[in-house]
Design a protein around this ligand. Sequence first.
Ligand SMILES: Nc1nc2c(c(=O)[nH]1)N[C@H]1C(S)=C(S)[C@@H](COP(=O)(O)O)O[C@H]1N2
Ligand SMILES: [Mo]
Length: 322
Amino acid sequence: MLIRTPKDWETSAAVTTESHYHARPRREFLRTLGVGLAGAALLRPGSLFAATAGFPPKPNPLYPASALKPTAEEYVTGYNNFYEFGTDKEDPKVQANKGWKTDPWTIELKGLVNHPAKFDVNELIKKIGGIEERIYRFRCVEAWSMVIPWDGFALAKLVALADPKPEAKYLKFTSFQDPKSAIGQREGNLDYPYVEGLRIDEAMNELAFLATGIFGKPLPNQNGSPIRLVTPWKYGFKNIKSIVTVEFTATQPKNTWNIMAANEYGFYANVNPKVDHPRWSQASERIIGGGFLSGRQDTLMFNGYEKQVAALYQGLDLKKNY
Ligand SMILES: Nc1nc2c(c(=O)[nH]1)N[C@H]1C(S)=C(S)[C@@H](COP(=O)(O)O)O[C@H]1N2
Ligand SMILES: [Mo]
């Protein structure tokens, strides 16, 4: 039996049991029976033709399902920010499922790397060696939060695959451009395509993750199918969805919300209860699905992941670099 000390960021007042979501018992059932990848995909109705459906996530003992209580799945998949599919929280679930195709999907690695490449997402997952589960807190800049069980792989693995040249200091992520499918792009509610960036040392931090699924299933379209960024110590807008290119650059890339309103949204986007948004406080947050009694909580520095990431920002003025 494996005995381990929980990581600091796994502890929470909200502890749950193994049965917090439906996919887990099914996966354990499949494992017990020794059903292979093809069988698992066949037994998962509705996801047979979805990208990444053939890869049941492996539980990662370092990120146990019991540490944080996930938000109910209906909120995670029904209360979304994905401006390509509308500006209301309820829009993406409807608008991203009107024929927008995310399978097949190609993701390109380019720029200052020794191994530029284009991968089909499923090929990429195979090359990376499969996917794992991680449950992270998620904090939107609009002062609400969720807990989301992600499936995917460490972004550091993608960086290793690209093999950056010494001059590469940043990653620039670009989302898809397809106005025919995306009503928000037709309306022009933001400058598109949506772009985001990370410093390369941030991208290689143990927490930085590329998600290909939630709740043990391939990502629903509205959550950024088939592959999206997850940086749990940063505000939600950093977590760019439906990525088509990852470019390694020498200079700091632009990011969409900073382009739209630089005084409100910075490059760093680190969760910081002491630095208010110009139009609202960041000291506390609304817990989505938390109900009336436990509906708010204090926001934590770096969203509770201080031990893992604080060293990245030593000597940086976080009031200026918001
Ligand atoms: N391409 C793209 N990515 C995006 C966004 C967007 O509008 N377009 N919104 C961001 C914001 S503000 C948040 S809070 C998260 C929401 O992710 P979720 O809907 O899966 O919770 O996605 C981020 N990634
Ligand atoms: Mo957000």
